[in-house]
Design a protein around this ligand. Structure first.
Ligand code: LLP
Length: 437
């Protein structure tokens, strides 16, 4: 059998049946760091950042900017990498702000999202020197203006606009539609009203607009439609208020391959298409080209990540179903439980063996929904102590991990140029108890 199609990213290789990731032997890494284990390929992260940063620069010169949407995977080292790569970051909470700050990230290059910033969040972000707030709605704008006044600062903001575009992926990530909980919609007039409010506010400086349509998008047409709507909106704001936007952020969302049947996407080529449309539409609308931002998360880190587990119980319910239980589960990867997401699961040290059993790979939480992936083909004699690898876990796994059942979270080990280092240590039982009085 040829299983090479399962090696869905170029950082995966098969050496004598053993999965190597970023050139390193996964069995050796499991032995060194234990399981469950998140591995991340630092070179791959930097390579993906470069695709966005360099293509946006190529298309827009010094007006093209990449932002990393850090919700996809956030810890101090990740912010330090983004700082070294010279790109900005988007954050959505005081916790992400604190992490960027602690990593020494230049706070003027931080964009603060969230559809519900508390007064504490707003004050904390200002105290940390967060460069730009991405404002969701009128009450929030009023709160930012008031808190900025108390602090005697003028806070740069961009406004989150809902362009009314449906990206047709899955509902949990579909954010561009008019009925979304995010942003102010153009068709309802809310967008125009919040622009007026921002222009009138004494303690905020309106710097432009933001929108984000959704996630796991493979088709440039979604971004092209976004460009059309947003350029029209910019032109309308210029006509109505004489306001020229300095910045336009068209969001993140490019898709990644979780399984061999997912499409391969050329992100640079897609950005060039989108940029071409932007240039044409901006010229037609007779407005000045704003600084253009894109804020990918998943496509920067997803295939730079892989999770290793050790198999525990192998349960064959004759005539019904097979289960292979691993030492992690929905606590370190809740994405199948939440979205039914597909993943490629491989027997890490038996890549060339016959996979003659179909089993659900499940976690160790007390919950039937604790499934990493159903219907996985594995060797029928898979046994306790063997290793499983789940691919493409770099995005929205560590960042969505929990301590359900008081299970400690795995460490994040970075792989770089043949070496490995711990970026986030393994949680201990002491950590689990640390907050209890
Ligand atoms: N910008 C904004 C405003 C966003 O809301 C998001 C994602 C991004 C950028 C980055 O999108 P990406 O390039 O990563 O697709 N937990 C879900 C994904 C939630 C996405 C939330 N927003 C999942 O595991 O699929």
């Amino acid at each position: 059998m040829d299983f090479s199609k399962d090696l869905i990213c170029e950082n995966l290789t098969n050496r004598d049946g053993v999965l190597h990731f970023a050139g390193q032997n996964t069995a050796d890494l499991a032995a060194q760091y234990g399981t469950p284990l998140y591995l991340m390929d630092e070179n791959r992260i930097r390579q993906q950042v470069a695709v966005y940063r360099d293509t946006l620069r190529e298309c827009f010169g010094d007006k093209g900017h990449a932002l990393y949407a850090s919700k996809a995977c956030a810890f101090k080292r990740m912010y330090a990498i983004m700082a070294e790569e010279g790109i900005s970051v988007d954050v959505v909470s005081a916790g992400e702000i604190a992490s960027a700050h602690a990593a020494g990230f230049p706070m003027e290059n931080v964009y603060f999202h969230s559809n519900n910033k508390t007064d504490f969040d707003i004050a904390y972000a200002m105290d940390c020197g967060v460069g730009t707030f991405v404002v969701d709605h009128p009450e929030e704008l009023a709160a930012i203006d008031a808190i900025a006044a108390e602090k005697g600062v003028v806070q740069p903001v961009i406004l989150r606009i809902t362009p009314g575009i449906d990206c047709h992926t899955y509902e949990a990530v579909n954010t561009g539609k008019v009925d979304s909980k995010f942003g102010s919609a153009i068709v309802t007039g809310d967008a125009s009203r919040i622009v007026k409010q921002a222009l009138d506010a004494a303690n905020v400086k309106l710097c432009g607009f933001h929108c984000h349509i959704g996630s796991q998008v493979f088709d440039s047409s979604v971004y092209i439609a976004t460009v059309d709507v947003m350029v029209d909106f910019l032109a309308e704001m210029k006509k109505t208020f004489g306001y020229s936007a300095e910045k336009l952020d068209i969001g993140g969302g490019y898709g990644v391959r979780y399984v061999a049947t997912d499409p391969v996407i050329d992100i640079a080529a897609s950005i060039r298409e989108v940029a071409q449309q932007m240039q044409v539409r901006v010229a037609e609308a007779g407005i000045e080209m704003p600084h253009i931002y894109m804020e990918p998360g998943r496509s920067i880190v997803a295939d730079a990540g892989l999770t290793l587990y050790t198999v525990g119980a192998v349960k064959k319910i004759e005539g019904y179903k097979n289960y292979v239980s691993v030492d992690g589960g929905m606590t370190d990867n809740p994405r199948f439980a939440l979205y039914g997401s597909e993943y490629t699961v491989l027997p890490a040290t038996r890549l060339e063996d016959e996979r003659d059993m179909v089993a659900d790979v499940v976690g160790r939480c007390c919950e039937s929904g604790d499934i990493i992936q159903p219907d996985v083909a594995l060797p029928a004699d898979m046994a306790r102590g063997e290793l499983l690898a789940v691919l493409t876990t770099g995005a929205y796994n560590y960042s969505m991990a929990s301590n359900y059942n008081r299970i400690p979270r795995p460490p994040v080990v970075m792989l770089r140029d043949g070496e490995s280092y711990v970026a986030v240590r393994r949680e201990t039982l002491e950590d689990i108890l640390a907050l209890d009085k």
